[in-house]
Design a protein around this ligand. Sequence first.
Ligand code: WT7
Length: 659
Amino acid sequence: MSSTIDSILVENRIFPPFPNLVEGAAISGMDAYRALCDEAERSPGEFWGRLARENLNWSKPFTQVLDESQAPFYRWFGDGELNVSANCLDKHLETPTANKPAIIFESDDGKVTTITYKQLHARVCQLANGLKSLGHKAGERALIYMPMSIEAVVAMQACARLGIIHSVVFGGFSSKSLHERAVDVGATLIITADEQVRGGRTIPLKSAVDEALAMGGCEAVAHVVVYKRTGGKVQWHPERDLWLDDLCNGQPEVCAAVSLNAEHPLFILYTSGSTGKPKGVQHAAGGFLLWALLTMKWTFDAKDSDVFWCTADVGWVTGHTYIAYGPLAAGLTQVMFEGVPTYPNVGRFWEMIQRHKVTVFYTAPTAIRSLTKAAETAPEYHPRKYDLSSLRIIGSVGEPINPEAWMWYYTNVGGERCPVLDTWWQTETGAHMLTPLPGATPLKPGSCTFPLPGIDAAVVDEAGGPVENSKGGFLVIRRPWPGMIRTIWGDPERFKKSYFPPELKGVYLAGDGAQRDADGYFWIMGRIDDVLNVSGHRLGTMEVESALVSHELVAEAAVVGRPDGTTGEAVVAFVVLKRALPEGSEADDIAKQLRDWVAKEIGPIAKPKDIRFGENLPKTRSGKIMRRLLRVVAQGETVTQDVSTLENPAILGQLSQAH
Ligand code: WT7
């Protein structure tokens, strides 16, 4: 993150909005932006109430916009009723959108399947009817453990249609992670696939579900619905397992959408925090959908003619907001991709943009950085070799985008004619919070620029006091917004403690450091807690530590992040074994064992890149591990800080030795 901070001092490039994007934009010009911000500030209730009435179809209109009586447990549109799936599908049925492609799906091996809004509606209804026939109903929780597929969206939408609260688990997570979530959420239903296919390889999913259920504690799971993706061999438990096709075939293609309170939970999505246990971030139907749709309009300037492509996986919040819900609510055609950007070659993304004439492209800095490198070594797959002229907007999400990567993206993918939208947000915020607007905001490479209208973002000190521009502090949001997290599933105390600490007097603490430059632009400086960002994936250091210490050889472990040119941050683990310090090939063997163990416990994304063994960890005399020093050691630098308070200063030398 230091490159971002340094760049603030030297970054004086400014890119004004392109006139062709200003004209006709949802928010056209900075004056229009400021007018909306002023409206929100003058009367937030009227502002959000107006937007909710104009943008959503309500089965029962709300009379109260915001109920703050139980703050920070805010309720939005709390006496209104609607259905999210009806707002994504049914509302298009009597319009020309009905016969427009909703999803253009491209499989790993390049096969293209297109489904219209009308067909998608029918499929969602059939699955909803199927789930109903099994006895599942509103308020229950379903785990969705699916590959990137039309079926994954159908599963999410079918749950939303019935009011079943879904919790999508990323297909790269292990059976152990799946089990943890199934237990925490009290799942009664799991929707999965036999296998997933990525980069030419098949990876089993159903068997991970079997393993998770065999671990016990989730006996409430009555059904496992299995989408046949590959036809690979699976074990079958006839008392609970059903093929998705068998469940849906013959079901009516209409299914009344259940009218639900706006505060009915739409989904719970687990994300990492600063303790070992992931948090179940709970979102509410009405507020989430409003925010997803508004940001489609404001940030992406959604137009009927757009072909939208968000490359995220549905297992992350980005895939919820900008695949499963936002683009459908906006009635757009979207591209959905099963595979990876490097298969069959590193030109895959560019080829797909060309093939499907994508107009709005949204990806992560980690992909941009790795494709930058790839384009240098394999110039035949350089984005300049493809016709990317359909693009009008390109976006970035998940981690800071350093100015070099920003410029590469702007120049080579955007052809110097598309704004790069560096969107800052979180699982907890539901949708974009700080982002440039394509028809208004002058861009600075590496800055997420300004908050969206209605979002009262600020940088404050530990006591919640204001911090002047060009000084670092905590990023906070001072007023509630509709798309915000409602609570942590099953743990309201942790919700309050994590996001509304008393010292900050009722404002939402994002967990990121930030600063504003002299022009008021926001620059994100990375997490202030023990959360790492590896390739845009959030990982708690404590989660990885707990996984490591659960291995029979490990006595103690400390995990820190190290800046990495491709993945943003890399996991470095310092490990004390229960046996003598290993050396040479033995150390390599154990390191490999531990890496595989972490992959099995959490998922491959959590694998430490570097494992260092020591007889001990650097600790203060009171026994506190000095992570600050470990971070220095992890970067291969010499500790220059005063280490006189350390119980065992010599240990630093030992831990510095990589192997
Ligand atoms: C954390 C949230 C937002 C959806 C995907 C990640 C980091 C996210 C940016 C950005 C700098 C960013 C923050 C944030 N982050 N976007 N544009 N610039 N940092 O969601 O897994 O909940 O992670 O990702 O540190 O707190 P998430």
